[in-house]
Design a protein around this ligand. Structure first.
Ligand code: DGL
Length: 283
């Protein structure tokens, strides 16, 4: 079973592409809806919440957890990989979604100028700038945080006029920083739901790059390069292609809110993660 984590509903955009690409795999999705959005939270909070989620997914038997959340990938991934994983579960793996995007960042642009839009946490971490520079040192990269977009999407206000106003403002700001930008990476798993509005407000020469398809492709490559993890994911699975949805909020809240992301009716289960004071119990 493959574990997929997001602060809320956004990771469902990634899960959808993963399930298409890997139809014979079982997935467990965990949304920390009770504490979403993460975007404006401190490093300590994002790290401790993400660690709780990873621990929980490990306890269910997921040897690989994908943080399908840029904010968690930016703020928590490195510490979990370097500090927690070797103690907690050395054979297990936690992957984020920033590095795979950075690997591809230069392949979309003709001008060599790329823009990154994300949450405050993702942008403040500079993770995209740092990772992209490793693969594409001559690329010009500008970024802009879009603090209102996740709350608007989580509240189901995609069609609201306020959403378009904010998207216009954020895109104008980033294009003012660099008018040569011709590809804009939507570095938040919630933003694909706003793709139509981005397309409406952006000049035609600016291409929008969404993450989900790229992450699904990279995950497939990772699994074929890591048979030792791949065979553990498939082990003990009675059935293939099963998707389980877990949330820290009520099942009802998740089932209704997921509607706009998933389109088909789903059954969710509420789970309780360790409170941040309880780490020692799990060590
Ligand atoms: N979907 C998350 C991301 O990709 C952000 C959500 C949040 O702010 O909680 O960054």
């Amino acid at each position: 079973m493959l574990g997929i984590f997001d602060s809320g509903f956004g990771g469902l955009t990634v899960l959808k592409e993963l399930a298409k690409k890997l139809p014979n795999y079982n997935f467990t999705y965990l949304g920390d809806n009770a504490r979403a959005p993460y975007g404006g939270r401190s490093f300590e909070s994002i790290y401790s919440y993400t660690l709780e989620a990873v621990r929980y997914l490990f306890s269910l038997g997921c040897p690989l957890v994908i943080l399908a959340c840029n904010t968690a990938s930016a703020k928590a991934l490195r510490t979990i990989q370097q500090k927690d994983l070797p103690v907690m579960a050395p054979g297990n793996r936690v992957l984020g979604i920033i590095r795979p995007m950075a690997e591809e960042a230069g392949s979309f642009t003709q001008t060599g100028h790329v823009g990154i839009l994300g949450t405050e946490g993702t942008i403040a971490s500079q993770s995209y700038l740092i990772e992209i520079a490793k693969f594409w040192p001559s690329l010009h990269v500008k970024q802009e945080s879009c603090p209102m977009l996740v709350p608007l999407v989580e509240k189901g206000l995609i069609e609201h006029s306020a959403t378009e106003i904010f998207i216009s403002e954020y895109t104008q700001k980033i294009l003012a920083k660099d008018p040569y930008i011709d590809s804009l990476i939507l570095a938040c798993t919630h933003y694909p739901l706003l793709q139509n509005i981005f397309e409406k407000v952006l000049p035609k020469n600016v291409k929008i790059v969404s993450q989900a398809g790229i992450i699904a492709q990279k995950t497939q490559e990772y699994l074929s390069n890591h048979p030792e993890i791949d065979c553990r994911i498939s082990k003990n699975s009675a059935k293939n292609g099963e998707i389980r949805f877990l949330t820290t909020d009520s099942a009802d809240f998740f089932e209704k809110g997921a509607n706009v992301f998933w389109k088909e009716p789903i059954k969710a289960e509420k789970v309780f993660l360790y409170s941040s004071n309880d780490y020692s119990h799990a060590n």
